[in-house]
Design a protein around this ligand. Structure first.
Ligand code: 13P
Length: 260
């Protein structure tokens, strides 16, 4: 199987002001070990991306955006275009469950967003996952895989290979209820299986699959065993520099000297 670079992402959501995220980033720069095996990616709010990108220069910390407009340019008041993000971020989340469930984004919108990210040489992190209700109805796999297929429909196999899929069961987000390693691994294997049947072996071997939902330092260690999971998408715990650093350390394999 192809070696896939692991990723740990911190999604700060709408939780921090610019001064607050400046403090957090300063702490992370000091505490984060320099040579962990995972990519470490921070997702600040739009208003903070330019500053955070300046501050992260020369460090191993990478940046991502939490969302993007589905159109490239024009009269779309309040939206942020992919062109505005270019040069500052490597990754862009599309279809986070909060975008789907609170702001009404459907698979069609998510598919357009994934496409525009890829066309501009950034990496989409395509978020999928079932709600508690769907889980209780035994629909976890059906819902998650149908979101996957529909959200990726404008991408080629080569583009999928370079993309990231984030499995975030909605019932585990912000609830403290972690999907255990076995269940997450099973879904990740099903996701990879669908990519294989739709796009072929190469895409299935290369695409990276993340787990997200109430990740902590402790669960990060457990998730390491899941062979189809290539990273973590962390919400609440990424706001605490000590916990986030612990997650990165526990999840990554090569740690030696500390920075700073
Ligand atoms: P929590 O880690 O707070 O559950 O959030 C997960 C998430 O939504 C990351 O995108």
């Amino acid at each position: 199987m192809a070696k896939r670079k692991k990723i740990v992402m911190g999604n700060w959501k709408m939780n921090l002001t610019v001064p607050e995220s400046t403090v957090l980033l300063e702490k992370l720069k000091k505490e984060m070990p320099g040579n962990v095996s995972s990519e470490v990616v921070l997702l600040p709010t739009f208003v903070d991306i330019y500053r955070a990108a300046e501050e992260a220069k020369g460090t191993k910390l990478l940046l991502g955006a939490q969302n993007v407009a589905e159109e490239e340019k024009g009269a779309y008041t309040g939206e942020v275009s992919i062109l505005a993000l270019k040069g500052f971020v490597k990754y862009v989340l599309v279809g986070h469950s909060e975008r789907r469930n609170i702001f009404g984004e459907n698979d069609k919108v998510v598919a357009k967003k994934a496409e525009i990210v890829v066309r501009h040489d950034m990496v989409p992190v395509i978020c999928i996952g079932e709600t508690l209700h769907e889980r209780e109805d035994g629909l976890s796999k059906v819902v998650t895989l149908s979101q996957l297929e529909a959200s990726c429909k404008h991408l080629t196999g080569e583009e999928i290979a370079e993309s990231v899929i984030a499995y975030e069961p909605v019932w585990a987000i912000g609830t403290g209820q972690v999907c255990d390693e076995k269940e997450a691994e099973k879904m990740a294997a099903d996701i990879r299986g669908l990519i294989h049947s739709l796009y072929g072996e190469k895409a299935a071997e290369k695409v990276r699959i993340l787990y997200g939902g109430s990740v902590t330092g402790k669960s990060a260690k457990e998730m390491k065993a899941a062979k189809n999971i290539d990273g973590l998408l962390v919400g609440g715990a990424s706001l605490d520099h000590k916990e986030f650093t612990a997650i990165v350390k526990n999840y990554s394999s090569e740690i030696s000297v500390k920075k700073g």
